[in-house]
Design a protein around this ligand. Sequence first.
Ligand code: AMP
Length: 213
Amino acid sequence: MNLILLGPPGAGKGTQAKMLIDSYGIPQISTGDMLRAALKAQTPLGLEAKKFMDAGQLVPDSVVIGLVKERLAQPDCAKGFMLDGFPRTVPQAEELDKVLGGLSKKIDHVVSIEVPNSELLGRLTGRRTCRACGQGFHVMFDPPKVEGKCDKCGGELYQRDDDNEATVSNRLKVYEGQTMPLINFYKVKGLLRPIDGLGAISDIFGRIKVVLG
Ligand code: AMP
């Protein structure tokens, strides 16, 4: 099964992606995670991407398309994959179609997690992640037992550089202007599966599973 997870920043794509990996055994391809890994490794690509990420802007299409193209050709994508945070623009989606065509693959479902704008700012600014294992928390909605420490592994929790209020507002504007057109792009192709992104994490996951069958 080849999936795309679509939705605004803070919709819960990453959280649902982790649950989908466990259920369906397909790899998650998160361009945001790939860019953060490149930054951590201080590669030229990572350092270049940082400027855009810190400003809440999109990294140029050619950069992310190159990353995804390479990743999709890896053997673990043969049984399926889940794209999280890609595509984010219509040119990225068109390029993805070409890349998949070349690999004789196609997208089966575009899961679009819908959350009202009023919810997103609070979700994003309260988000915390474990530096060691990547587990996500939220200071209000899913706080760790001990402040600043991961419940799972005891690792240190941190806030993403781009989850501050100023950058978040910009990311939401960028989503509306550049990514929302993809909803219609995939609706026309008959691939769009809208999911109500409000409520308990497990309930949202249940809704996604119903749609995927
Ligand atoms: P995310 O972790 O998906 O929220 O992505 C964090 C940041 O990485 C975004 O705000 C962008 O700056 C950059 N980024 C991630 N995916 C893409 C993409 N498909 N196209 C352009 N920029 C991206």
